[in-house]
Write a new protein. Structure first.
Length: 144
């Protein structure tokens, strides 16, 4: 693990995104709350938040962080068709939270797939990427 002991404690934030494309019928089923496993969007949101908090257990050499915020937003997008997922992670600490935001998005997407796979095994998870990060020595970064 990288020694971050000499780094300054700063407010650090990261935002990541991803999406799950699916059949229009699957999206309609999810939006109507008719999936057999329950509320897909609410469950995926909780799964993403839980995953962010456990990133250090999933990704080797990640530092355990005392996250001050994790938010997962899930929006239907008829143009995909599917769900767009955005996660924001924040910490006051000595290392960044990019992996926590990316893990939240990834697990939220996987949860959507798991909860709706009975009706649409052809769903595709994609577009997982870091949108922006701020704080620390390297300052602010935004995706093009």
């Amino acid at each position: 693990m990288v020694d971050v002991g000499d780094k300054s404690v700063t407010q650090r934030t990261a935002v990541a995104e991803g999406h799950v494309t699916m059949l229009p019928e699957t999206l309609a089923l999810i939006r109507q709350g008719l999936a057999k496993k329950g509320d897909v969007i609410a469950t995926a949101r909780i799964a993403g938040i839980m995953a962010a908090k456990r990133t250090h257990e999933l990704i080797p050499l990640c530092h355990p962080l005392l996250l001050t915020k994790v938010a997962v937003e899930i929006e239907a997008d008829e143009a995909l068709p599917g769900l767009r997922i955005t996660a924001t992670a924040r910490v006051s600490g000595q290392t960044g939270v990019e992996m926590e935001a990316l893990t939240a998005v990834s697990v939220a997407c996987l949860t959507v797939y798991d909860m709706a796979k009975a009706v649409d095994r052809g769903m595709v998870i994609g577009g997982i990427r870091l949108l922006e990060k701020s704080g620390g020595k390297s300052g602010t970064w935004q995706a093009a």
